[in-house]
Design a protein around this ligand. Structure first.
Ligand code: PLP
Length: 417
């Protein structure tokens, strides 16, 4: 008899996005002609920029010749890429990062999900709420989350609500967590913390011996000066934070798969006897054992982004999406909705009208505007009463979506007058 990991059975059977897909399929079957615009899943739509394509081609050509063929690569990633990251993503921002502190991977989903391997099952976890579901579900799988609560959430996870009431700035934890997941710019709310606000978290973590797991997958979308691109811009963060980055949203690598994680050598954990252990060494051990390195070709593609031309091209794509974000923000505000985000992130977080739940708003937008978004409650209990739209669509579709949303608002106002 094969015993399974019972923790998996605690997870809800249906993942948020499969429930959305099911509802959209059902709607399409009933309305085959309906021009549905999908603004739900956070995938990109613009092609990979030419600089990266040239880098990928070089990688492919190398694989075709005996002299330049690459088989298994280093599990931590090729030095040529880690050096660029250390120089351009960190040193140019005044942060010294050794290349041995940088671990290339196949993306931030894997790393934010796998990082729990190196921590005790007894570690207490805190998350901001709403939250990127991977942080929570992987802790459920590891047995750290406790039991599902009837109102949403898990008994052993501390939820830090982020709502319009606190301007999406979470309060510091009360329950003395060991691991704190922070994601800024935030998915799903599209909001950020400024330097002083993030500084409070670093101070808290250092004073309480907590570790911040900082996901900055949307760093490339930051437009305001006072928003840190890396948690290591805050003094002392190298003693209390691991940072996750991704090429998915920065450069459209969602299909190519590439990201990296920074584990400073200054980070320490403790074994059962209270002896200090290097988290960098543990993560290296974990990666060399369970991961065989990211694709050579894809790493050559990413290397090419760290040139003036590469940077210019990805900035152009980011600007394309952020034009969508501005259009959505303004259009939805004109339609009388309260909206957040969309300034330093490609997500728009809408407050649903009074008395309308997230899922009711989902149904309304699908049925009356043929627009698919994501119900906020799918990201955690504090997401109820909110709704997420992404700016990752085509410009023309975004324009059309805004026009439909405005027309819905006009129809609704006329009905109530
Ligand atoms: N982290 C956050 C907050 C995300 O929203 C996403 C993707 O949607 C990821 C990580 C996953 O990134 P990757 O494609 O690098 O796995």
């Amino acid at each position: 008899m094969i015993r399974v990991n019972d923790n998996f059975l605690k997870l809800p059977a249906s993942y948020l996005f499969s429930e959305i897909a099911r509802k959209v399929e059902e709607f399409k079957k009933a309305n085959p002609e309906a021009p549905v615009i999908r603004m739900g899943i956070g995938d990109v739509t613009r092609p990979i920029c030419q600089a990266a394509i040239a880098g990928l081609r070089r990688g492919v050509d190398d694989e075709a010749k005996e002299q330049t063929f690459h088989g298994y690569g280093p599990e931590q990633g090729y030095q040529f890429l880690r050096e660029k990251i250390a120089e351009i993503d960190y040193r140019n921002r005044g942060i010294e990062m050794d290349i041995d502190e940088i671990f290339i991977s196949d993306g931030a989903k894997s790393d934010t999900g796998n990082i729990g391997d190196i921590f005790s099952r007894d570690c207490k976890v805190a998350v901001t709420d709403p939250v990127y579901p991977v942080y929570v579900d992987t802790n459920v799988m590891a047995g750290r989350a406790g039991d599902a609560l009837p109102g949403g959430g898990w008994s052993n996870i501390e939820y830090l609500p982020c709502t319009a009431e606190n301007r999406f700035v979470p309060s510091l934890p009360q329950g003395n967590p060991d691991l704190i997941y922070l994601c800024y710019p935030n998915n799903p709310t599209g909001t950020t913390l400024n330097r002083q606000q993030l500084g409070e978290w670093v101070k808290y973590a250092r004073e309480h011996g907590a570790l911040i797991l900082f996901d900055s997958a949307y760093e490339a979308y930051i437009s305001e000066e006072d928003v840190p691109h890396s948690i290591y811009e805050i003094e002392g963060a190298k003693e209390c934070a691991i940072e996750f980055r991704s090429f998915s949203k920065t450069a459209g690598f969602t299909g190519l798969r590439l990201g990296y994680t920074v584990v400073p050598k200054t980070l320490k954990g403790f074994d059962e006897n209270g002896k200090e252990v290097s988290l960098n060494s543990l993560w290296l051990r974990r990666q060399t054992t369970k991961f065989n390195g990211a694709s050579y070709v894809v790493q050559r593609g990413a290397e090419a982004l760290y040139t003036d031309e590469g940077r210019r091209q990805i900035d152009k794509t980011v600007a394309y999406y952020m034009r969508n974000a501005a259009l959505l923000r303004e259009g939805l505000q004109e339609a009388g909705l309260e909206v957040f985000g969309g300034v330093n992130a490609p997500y728009i977080w809408i407050k649903t009208p009074e008395g309308v739940t997230s899922w009711e708003f989902f149904d309304k937008l699908l049925n009356e505007c043929n627009i698919v978004g994501t119900p906020g409650v799918g990201f955690g209990p504090s997401g109820e009463g909110y709704f997420r739209l992404t700016a990752f669509g085509r410009f023309e579709d975004t324009l059309e979506a805004v026009s439909r949303l405005k027309s819905l608002a006009t129809r609704t106002t006329k009905k109530t007058n």
